[in-house]
Design a binder for this molecule. Sequence first.
Ligand code: ADP
Ligand code: ZN
Length: 751
Amino acid sequence: MNKERAAGPATVQVALPVPTRHTYTYSVPPGSETIFPGCRVIVPFGKRKLLGVVVDEPAPLEAPPGLKPIESIIDGRPFLPPDVLEFSSWLADYYLAPLGMVLRCAYPSSLDPAKDSRGDEKSRRRAGRDRVALLRPRDEAAKLSADEDVTAPFRKVIRELLSLSDKGYPEASLLAKLAKVPQYTLQEMAEAGIIELFSDVPTSLPGSPPAFEPSPGQRAALEAVASPLRERIHKTFLLHGVTGSGKTEVYLNLMELALQEGGSALYMVPEISLTSLLARRLLERLGGRVAILHSSMSDKERARQWLRAREGSAKVMIGPRSALFAPLCDLRLIVVDEEHDPSYKQQESPRYHARDMAVLRGMKASIPVVLGSATPSVESYYNATDGGKYSLIELSERAGGASLPSVEIVDMRKEYEETKSRDVISRALATAIGETLERKRQAIVLRNRTGFATFVLCRKCGKSVQCPDCAVSMTHHLKARNLRCHYCGRTAPVPAACPSCGGEFLQFLGAGSEKVEELMAGRFPGARIARMDRDAVRTGEAYDRLWLAFERGEIDILVGTQMLAKGNDVHNVTLSGIVSADFILQMPDFRGAERAFQLITQAAGRSGRGSHAGRVVLQSFHPDHYAVQAAAAQDFQLFYQRDIKYRKMVGYPPFTAIARVEVRHKDHAKCGALSTEAAVFLRAESRGEVKVLGPSPCFVPRIEGFYRHQILLKSPTRARLKALLRAFIESPSTARHAKAIDIEVDPVSLL
Ligand code: ADP
Ligand code: ZN
């Protein structure tokens, strides 16, 4: 196959999962003709053996002495397709991240050898836990269920399936019980091709055409994206439309078009579970061509889904952040749903943003990218309007005609003044919950908890203490007994009275969702209350179970963090209580207003999804803040116009490119010295063009025994920022302390 290569000894470049930003050269052992870019290899590295990926074609050996040979070649053909390999290397370059670390995110790690085989699926899987999908169209199935020639047990199962069909895919054991048939009936039906038994994602579903004609707005959206899709031209679209305006329907039609063109499509979502309405809609429409990477999947199943995409048997991949690297054949379209969602940002190294990288992947592949949201990120909306990079498509009407809920704002400053009580639940919210329970409806109560530090809020005027330089809240540190700005490092003593109004009642905020749950239980002793947050719900399965119980009406009040704002529609929910979403406004982060707006808007949208009118009680210390006002009015424009002005004034993205340099060290003094040295270098090298802020301790100043200091860089252009960071990385001191220094390009959170 590779005649030239066999001719003589060769070397290859291998990317390894180590913090250095270059690849390593190894010699190819004689007789290894089949070594390609994208193959995995095991190589000696110091005293260890590491798994790496070959990143380019072999080059003739120029015999540097002491070059170590590859120990073994794992793949006989490229394991990563060329486009994924190339994309990973662009991504690594964009974030100045080690390619070997990026490649570790590019495929499920369970595909790697040398892992012990504890996750033996055979013993884990029991037939009764399989799920059942009906493979025949509804009308045909209805006929079968009435056909005397079909055996009675078969008919019973089909009737049961038809009645359950809007509840997803039932478990085999449950279905057999409901239909009063033995489980082997299901086996027989599977063999007859009437149903499919599957453990994670069905692969034989036929798929069915859309149930309705697109609306004029949807048609315009489809036409706008269809031509670049057909002509293989890159273009990024922002599809902006309230929940229920028909965006998902547009994505589904576009994905069908990509498949008709013989290609494949990638559909990114913040979170997906098989029981979600979205997964059902995708499978119903596109059938077994869909591969899903969902949150509660086993490693083995994740690997299987990935391989289905690579082998071409799956043409659509739906999944969260990691689906960005999907090895789909002939990719023709990328959709990023809920593009504003912070979970697209990976918070550990490599710290990439899957939405931004989806645009890059689309650009390099010459295909359209569709970003969609009811509450777009400020950056994306700017890019689609004044920024001129994307095209804006708006869907203004609601497809179903459901009305928006009514929003009542409770001014918590007044509440405290009138009641003299420290209760975090206002009288209005308590009354509303009581009324909801009386009517046998359900309520959602959102409390956005910030676990670690607190900030200082005046109970009289509702203002927090701000840094005069950075226009963000200063945080209170109990131990140090001071206030600190986490952007610039300025410190100040805790004031005795509010600097804005002189009020003497300063509040240190910190009670979390657990506390609210407890309060609710005290107030409403008869109610069934459950909590949904990262502490209470640790796995995807637990998340599904809790939603299902809520959907079935087994929970009256669901208390929780932003996890609540997403999730399935529960039609019996008529009240959203928002205890404290605007606390985010106080966080030392320039995206605080944006997060608060998104969270309130989404939480409000949770109520009144069915035929009963929805109601929202929004408690706020900032009833006049534009993010609160705009969210209560569900008015994105109102929010955006104010926020973009603020960002321009203070010099944040999209008007600047920012990066964060974080220094971590177990030794406090070394952490300080290293970060000071880094800042001195960056200041000298920036020649005044890039603003260098800090170093200052991070919002969470110590994690797992490591002290953390950060430096914030604000640059007028991305090119200048990158040049500066490159110089920084290549400086001898940085290279020497590579393990202690973390560079984050485009951070979403400055905490
Ligand atoms: P979004 O993604 O913006 O929330 P969806 O695509 O989920 O909106 O549409 C909301 C609801 O309206 C869904 O139940 C969908 O089936 C329905 N729907 C969407 N488009 C149409 C249409 N053109 N005609 C009738 N119903 C539609
Ligand atoms: Zn400051």
